[in-house]
Write a protein that binds this ligand. Structure first.
Ligand code: ZN
Length: 387
């Protein structure tokens, strides 16, 4: 039996179809090693010349380490955007207090890049093709392929590097938004296996982020509480979609997850900006992320996944009702014709079941033989809506 759920945040319906999980060979291993014979990894220590010069380099946390750096942030050699240059915190409009130009991403109209910006390459070919910066966060000097292989202290450095770069980018008044994301495995869009994340900052706020921000503001005005505060209260109360619960964070599989085993990690108290997290919070966050990824890796062989770190848009008003969060999206199914055509999603795994599987994986530790198919489904139990 299928069940439809309304995803308020994204204004879309998700169809859960557990019966589809029983299809043979449904989730075949889609991992395809991208490494070619004789391929030199540009992210390994010793190959620093293969990348542009570092914007940020953090030393190892352990004094015993012989590495010159532990985390290195470099401009992407193949940026997805027309580059803004220089990439430092230059303020082309002068005084500290001066406002950004009128293309604020939270405006109703579709923003276009400011006409008076100088680009080192060329002007954007269309108003929708924006400019910005694209950076790579190299998470380890060794050729490790997972964030879970890093020591706890080294994993924390990765998130500190993200915090540092986001802080610098927010101070650049030509930029309006940034997102940090990670692609692991060919099925998730990765082309290099060396553990790394990416950061893209744009000179406008992407439409879907703008839409979500407006919906969060509207919810807050209507209910005198935030959407995520209410969601968190419901998740903690019922518990069946909870995956992890730490001092500062709660991780859960959202009520209307569009994709199987989708996990959201949310600070317990509303914080719009990830980059304002304390060292203590980042240490806790880093541990939660590693635990969840380890649970996913032990559940699915050759796991391909994306994570997305959302922080509030840079524009005035961007902080209103925004809640920074991380979304972890295992790539177990393909977005196919129905989803592309309708923006409605068919999810073969109920969130309550996915949460249970991940909780068990965290308790039991890595399995000897990870299945390459989704675990068989149990009968679902009635679970209350978040509303
Ligand atoms: Zn490497």
């Amino acid at each position: 039996m299928s069940e439809s759920r309304y995803d308020w945040l994204h204004d879309r319906w998700v169809v859960f179809a557990p019966q589809r999980a029983a299809r043979p060979d449904e989730f075949r291993d889609r991992f395809q090693p991208a490494r070619r014979p004789g391929f030199t990894c540009p992210f390994c220590a010793g190959n620093e010349r293969e990348t542009p010069p570092a914007i940020l380099s953090l030393p190892p946390s352990s004094p015993r380490s012989k590495q010159a750096w532990q985390v290195r942030v470099v401009p992407n050699r193949y940026p997805a955007l027309e580059s803004l240059s220089p990439l430092t915190s230059a303020r082309p409009w002068g005084d500290e207090g001066q406002q950004t130009p009128a293309n604020s991403g939270l405006d109703e109209k579709i923003p276009s890049p400011a006409a008076d910006l100088e680009s080192p390459i060329s002007v954007s070919p269309s108003p929708q093709c924006t400019r910005g910066i694209h950076e790579v966060i190299i998470e380890t000097p060794e050729h490790l392929e997972s964030l879970t292989q890093l020591a706890r202290e080294d994993a924390q450095l990765v998130f500190r590097a993200m915090r540092q770069r986001l802080t610098a980018l927010r101070a650049n008044h030509r930029l309006h938004y940034a997102v940090v994301f990670k692609n692991v495995g060919a099925a998730a869009g990765a082309s290099l296996s060396h553990s790394h994340s990416q950061l893209i900052s744009t000179d406008f706020v992407p439409p879907n982020i703008r839409r979500v921000s407006r919906r969060l503001q509207h919810f807050q005005q209507q209910h005198q509480t935030g959407y995520f505060e209410q969601a968190l209260e419901q998740e903690l109360k019922h518990g069946d979609r909870l995956v992890a619960h730490s001092e500062f964070f709660v991780a859960f599989v959202p009520y209307a997850s569009a994709l199987p085993y989708f996990v959201t990690i949310l600070p317990k108290t509303r914080q719009p900006r990830f980059e304002e997290s304390s060292d203590l919070e980042l240490a806790d966050f880093s541990e939660v992320v590693q635990r969840i990824l380890l649970a996913m890796e032990s559940t699915f062989a050759e796991l391909a996944y994306n994570f997305i770190l959302h922080t509030s848009p840079f524009d005035a008003g961007g902080d209103q009702a925004f809640h920074w969060r991380m979304e972890i999206v295992p790539r177990l199914t393909q977005v196919a014709g129905f989803e592309w055509g309708t923006d409605c999603y068919i999810n073969p795994v109920l969130p309550e079941y996915a949460a249970e599987v991940l909780r068990e994986a965290m308790e039991t530790g890595p399995a000897q033989d990870s299945p390459t198919t989704l675990p068989l489904l149990k009968q679902r139990t009635n679970s209350p809506a978040v509303s």
